[in-house]
Design a protein around this ligand. Structure first.
Ligand code: ZN
Ligand code: ZN
Ligand code: ZN
Length: 135
């Protein structure tokens, strides 16, 4: 795992307390987290700063957004393949019905999809729900 300093430097972002704090939660968690989770950790954070920070992390290829079947968003740390030009998070996302946790299953890649002539894919997402190995 890369250090917070390395991650921010690679993303061309200056080190600030907010960025460091938010990134540390992502590094500690081995699953996706919601804005609600982050707000619970840091009471000093206002929503605007939080959303702005997440947006810049997403734009710089540090985290990716996951939308579940209910339309709720969570965010997870990207792999080293992502950068500010392109995300490469074409893996399965698993949401547990019991604990509500969303996981990146990086070993499960989105399968190749055959489309009729004339169609091209810009982005593909794969989301499943069920029971995780901790429940
Ligand atoms: Zn990514
Ligand atoms: Zn679970
Ligand atoms: Zn993911």
């Amino acid at each position: 795992v890369k250090s917070i300093l390395q991650l921010l430097a690679n993303a061309d972002l200056r080190l600030t307390k907010v960025r460091k704090d938010i990134l540390s939660i992502f590094i500690e968690a081995n699953h996706a987290i919601t804005t609600h989770d982050i707000e619970k950790y840091f009471e000093y954070l206002d929503r605007i700063t939080l959303y702005r920070t997440l947006k810049s992390f997403e734009e710089k290829g540090l985290i990716h957004k996951i939308i579940d079947f209910q339309g709720n968003a969570s965010y997870a740390l990207c792999t080293h393949e992502c950068n500010e030009h392109k995300h490469h998070d074409e893996h399965l996302h698993f949401k547990c019905d019991d604990c509500g946790t969303t996981y990146c299953i990086e070993d499960a890649k989105i399968p190749h999809i055959n489309l009729p002539v004339g169609y091209s894919i810009k982005q593909a997402r794969l989301m499943v729900n069920g029971k995780c190995n901790k429940c």
